[in-house]
Ligand binder design. Structure first.
Ligand code: IDP
Ligand code: MG
Length: 140
């Protein structure tokens, strides 16, 4: 079993897509093992996206991510990192495949509704960033 960090970004929350996104995970056989709504501070968003700190969109991205509530989740399943990214679609919604979350709901490359970890190493780091071990549950 593998775990990944998923975030419903502030645009996804304000568009009323929390249920729709979780429904897609569950319908895809993925399991939510931790979940909370948070309002990131700008500093927290900057820490989370530190790999992008030299990108031209860093300031705008971290302002957006701290602009309203987000839902952070740990999702578990077989090959969940890859499956989640397939459900999400490409970063730029214009390049995302039909039927993906970003294709259906995202307005632009920055406001693209969801985040998903991109490798086992980043998943571990990103899960630790938001969840102490005691907030992740095991169940059948
Ligand atoms: P990912 O979310 O698909 O993994 P990354 O390249 O890791 O994409 O970028 C992180 C986030 O930064 C994206 O989800 C998006 O919100 C934002 N972003 C990426 N590229 C651009 C861009 O060219 N302009 C504005 N925002 C961007
Ligand atoms: Mg990424």
């Amino acid at each position: 079993m593998e775990r990944t960090l998923s975030i419903i970004k502030p645009d996804g929350v304000s568009k009323g897509l929390i249920g729709e996104i979780i429904r897609r995970f569950e319908a895809g056989g993925l399991k939510v093992v931790a979940l909370k709504m948070i309002r990131m501070t700008k500093e927290q968003a900057e820490g989370f996206y530190q790999v992008h700190k030299n990108k031209p969109f860093f300031d705008s991205l971290t302002s957006f991510m701290s602009s309203g509530p987000a839902v952070v989740m740990v999702i578990e399943g077989k090959e969940v990192i890859k499956k989640n990214r397939e459900l999400m679609g490409a970063t730029n919604p214009r390049e995302a495949a039909e039927g993906t979350i970003r294709k259906e709901f995202a307005s632009d490359v920055e406001r693209n509704i969801v985040h998903g970890s991109d490798s086992p190493e980043t998943a571990r780091w990103e899960i630790d960033y938001f969840f102490p071990e005691g907030e992740i549950v095991e169940y059948e």
